[in-house]
Design a protein around this ligand. Structure first.
Ligand code: NAG
Ligand code: NAG
Ligand code: NAG
Ligand code: NAG
Length: 186
């Protein structure tokens, strides 16, 4: 199964740290998964390794802390992995926090991310995948809504992609459920 970036832009880096109806991810898969941690090593957002210096996350996630680290190579928030300091980061120039348009951002590590048996870059889709294609949503955090149980093990949910048209239709109706910074759980 191919992993498509388009789905990740919207789901992987949910700053609400929630993935419901997923299953624990196998250690052999999703080696591009990174965890953004604050300076006391608490996970606050997911990210995807794009190459040896850059990871992709959401713009929302880059509004939470000014100094944070990127941890790769572990599916477990409580153990393992390699920590990289951040050189710089940038939100999409068209990001609009009022409606979450262009909710994407990239983070550059201070040193080169070393690939290994547990660290790889994500494979980018060469074209926009068709509606109905199965995409993988991955992340850590609450596994129920309302939030009662929290998973430190990476979760994966395979789900169908929707078309751009359908996405725009749904997106235009999101305003009444948009999270505010005051109710973010990190
Ligand atoms: C990291 O996040 C945790 C949980 O929100 C918080 O208790 C802690 O103070 C944060 N650390 C820093 C350095 O902001
Ligand atoms: C970020 O935190 C690290 C670790 O405490 C520190 O070495 C570094 O100077 C900080 N960077 C900035 C830009 O504050
Ligand atoms: C988001 O808000 C900006 C500024 O108000 C507006 O230009 C843009 O069309 C909006 N995008 C969506 C998807 O609603
Ligand atoms: C937007 O969502 C509300 C609440 O679910 C619903 O009542 C309304 O019909 C939706 N509007 C559109 C255009 O889908």
């Amino acid at each position: 199964m191919h992993i498509f970036l388009v789905s990740l832009l919207f789901f992987t880096a949910a700053e609400e740290t929630r993935i419901v109806n997923g299953a624990t991810a196998s250690n052999e898969q999703y080696l591009y998964q990174a965890s953004l941690r604050n300076l006391t090593n608490v996970h606050f957002c997911g990210a995807s390794v794009l190459n040896t210096r850059w990871v992709l996350t959401s713009a929302r996630c880059l509004s939470l802390y000014t100094n944070f680290t990127v941890v790769v190579g572990t599916h477990d928030l409580t153990t393992g992995g390699v920590t990289y300091q951040v050189e710089t980061y940038t939100k999409h120039p068209s990001y609009d926090p009022a409606n979450l348009s262009y909710d994407a951002g990239i983070v550059k590590t201070l040193t080169t991310i070393v690939y290994s048996s547990t660290v790889r870059s994500i494979v980018l889709a060469p074209t926009i995948p068709m509606a109905g294609t199965i995409g993988a949503v991955t992340g850590w955090g609450y596994t129920t809504y309302p939030s009662t149980t929290f998973s430190n093990q990476l979760q994966v949910l395979n789900t169908k992609l929707i078309s751009q048209t359908e996405c725009q239709k749904q997106f235009s109706n999101l305003s009444y459920v948009l999270p505010t910074y005051s109710n973010l759980r990190v």
